[in-house]
Design a protein. Structure first.
Length: 368
């Protein structure tokens, strides 16, 4: 279909745009494979404007990356700065996926998107078999990564590296080993992959399971991969418990009693900060018995009254004598303000919820 320049401008104004076909090679394989299937208008593949803009940003970044690699000796001689042979899990499929080579003796290429909501993760380019999207309508994001084994290449598509403060960091960091497991589970033997794998696919769909253990197709592999990450989650939880066991044991050895002024010392020992904003504070709260909490609350209320009295003396224009008295009142109080003391009181008295499951588990295990 061909149209005039006026019609082309109208298309742009109407919310469509295109990525030049000459730039397709700078996009991930899964995107390229789909783009060549789509309808062309006047020699171009038109897409929703925001989607096309996202793909253009990936193209620009990939062009810059190619220039950078020309000046990087490791990359120039075949290395890939995005590739790591070190597995994140201890699963053999991930290790095989990282170290294994394809029929040409090469490791996978890695395409790292520059935006976590990049269009390369849209359903249009990652079909799941559940419906399809119109070429001219917005396609939703459905994945964080993909492994694409084709005759054109063996490629891993990943989202940007997760920042440690990213609320989705754990999920994103699972993507890389997840995709390498897909690669490690695929058999290179055509009979095992296509004949026995097809049978396994049917038996698994019927609930019988993988009879031949091929895990040849993604839905077979996901059953395996999900179990791996369930085990990983259990290991992390156990490590957390073990860490807290050691902390409790250390405290028990040092303190045989928890009375009077030793309560504050105990709190300092297990890492409670004055404002009580750290994870160690919440963890320490789970260690305390009800009796210890009551003693701690009593001590905090004493601090609170003295701090409020001191703050009342520290008004603008206060006399030197009042300021001196305020300083004396605040001596020995490990808090900066009555507000910080109140926050800790609120936490101890239940204004902020504790981890009750963890508290119950620790009490049962250590009889506290």
């Amino acid at each position: 279909m061909a149209f005039s320049s006026q019609q082309h401008i109208a298309l742009l104004r109407g919310g469509l745009d295109f990525v030049p076909e000459s730039d397709f090679r700078y996009l991930p394989i899964n995107v390229r494979l789909k783009l060549v299937e789509l309808e062309k208008t006047n020699g171009q593949v038109y897409l929703p404007k925001d989607e096309a803009a996202s793909l253009k940003r990936e193209v620009a970044a990939e062009k810059m990356s190619e220039v950078a690699k020309r000046n990087d000796p490791d990359a120039y001689f075949g290395g890939d700065p995005e590739y790591s042979s070190t597995p994140i899990t201890d699963d053999p499929a991930e290790l095989k996926g990282r170290l294994g080579t394809d029929e040409y003796g090469t490791r996978p290429t890695i395409y790292r998107a520059i935006e976590e909501d990049s269009a390369v993760f849209n359903r249009r380019y990652n079909p799941t078999g559940f419906g399809s999207d119109s070429q001219y309508n917005i396609s939703p994001k459905t994945i964080l990564g993909r492994y694409t084994p084709t005759t054109r290449g063996d490629e891993m598509l990943f989202s940007p590296t997760a920042d440690k403060d990213d609320p989705d960091a754990d999920y994103k960091n699972e993507t890389e080993p997840h995709e390498y497991m897909h690669r490690g589970l695929i058999s290179r033997n055509p009979i095992r992959r296509y004949l026995l794998g097809t049978i396994d696919g049917a038996t698994e769909a019927l609930g019988v399971g993988n009879i031949f253990g091929t895990k040849a197709f993604p839905f077979n592999q996901h059953t395996y991969i999900d179990k791996v990450f369930e085990k990983e989650a259990e290991k992390k939880e156990q490590a957390k418990i073990e860490k807290q066991k050691k902390l409790i044991e250390k405290i028990r050895k040092k303190y045989n009693k928890s009375t009077g002024g030793e309560i504050q010392s105990l709190m300092d020992e297990i890492g409670i900060q004055p404002i009580g904003e750290t994870s160690s504070f919440k963890m320490a709260m789970a260690v305390l018995s009800p009796e210890q909490k009551l003693k701690k609350i009593k001590l905090l209320k004493k601090y609170f009254d003295k701090m409020r009295q001191a703050e009342s003396l520290q008004k603008p224009g206060a006399a030197l004598g009042d300021l001196s008295d305020a300083k004396k009142l605040k001596q020995g109080i490990p808090y900066s303000s009555s507000k910080s003391i109140q926050k800790e009181l609120d936490q101890l008295q239940g204004a902020e919820k504790l981890d009750l499951n963890l508290l119950a588990k620790l009490r049962k295990e250590f009889n506290i």
